[in-house]
Design a protein around this ligand. Structure first.
Ligand code: FMN
Length: 240
């Protein structure tokens, strides 16, 4: 397969949304990546779409994906002003059907900065940990492991079965980063937005993407002056 190479600049990030609870983390992460000037290759499993519908009330067509309703989603409890993605941000988003193995992210020759599966269901985790790719999401994850690139999985389950723990252990031994959706409370969380941002900030940190979504340990909590990601200030202001 001849894979098109990313344009000059920072390599793209692959983001997969699977059928675990916590799909809001993915929306916030996607907005942050696009605001940080990253090309994002997005894919969604059918169960991921079902959980998005259940949790966010956003209908997703996997065959005719429309980004704006998902990216514009704002929970009723959020204290942030509503914001829509800009045309520039939307141009950075590349959607792939979860069964399309002909897409660039199925090949190790397509260079990326890493892949995030957020949230990551127990079944997707199992498929990757046992190298039995049955869809594009698992294939792209295996590609990241074999190419020794960053693979970050964000599982959400409680309690964890021995089998889930074993799969996380296998993935970690293979070079993956297991980053459970377990927000900390030490950054002065005052709202649900802050808890979502805790997880998103830790994912961005893993990808090496500059962000100030949360106060870092050792910083005065009041130092956090904005909600910023990356360097594109106009985009950042839309992320408040
Ligand atoms: C509303 C809803 C919430 C779910 N939450 C979780 C969850 O938090 N963690 C998990 O591992 N699976 C969860 N599941 C089950 C997965 O969606 C199911 O195992 C599915 O087969 C995963 O498929 P996928 O990995 O292809 O997305 C949930 C399912 C539904 C319908």
């Amino acid at each position: 397969m001849t894979a098109p190479q990313p344009a000059a600049g920072s390599p793209p990030v692959v983001l997969a949304i699977t059928g675990a609870s916590g799909t809001l983390y993915a929306v916030r992460l996607l907005r942050a990546l696009l605001a940080a000037d990253r090309q994002v290759h997005l894919t969604i499993s059918p169960s991921g779409a079902a959980v998005i519908q259940q949790e966010l009330g956003v209908e997703i067509s996997l065959s005719q994906f429309a980004a704006v309703p998902l990216l514009s989603h704002q929970p009723a409890w959020s204290t942030r002003p509503p914001s829509e993605p800009s045309a520039t941000e939307l141009s950075r988003l590349h959607y792939h059907h979860y069964q399309d193995f002909m897409t660039p992210i199925a090949s190790g020759s397509f260079l990326t900065a890493g892949m995030v599966i957020c949230p990551c269901s127990g079944s997707t985790l199992a498929g990757i940990a046992h190298a039995s790719s049955s869809n594009l999401i698992q294939r792209a994850a295996e590609v990241h492991l074999k190419e020794r690139r960053k693979l970050i999985v964000v599982p959400r389950e409680t309690p964890l079965s021995t089998l889930a723990l074993e799969n996380m252990h296998r993935l970690s031994l293979a070079g993956g980063v297991v980053l459970p959706a377990m927000p900390g409370w030490y950054h002065g969380a005052q709202s649900l937005d802050d808890l979502v941002d805790f997880i998103v900030a830790r994912i961005l940190d893993q990808l090496g993407i500059d962000n100030r979504l949360i106060s870092r340990w050792g910083e005065a909590l009041t130092q956090r002056s904005d909600d910023s990601v990356g360097t594109d200030q106009s985009s950042l202001e839309e992320l408040t």
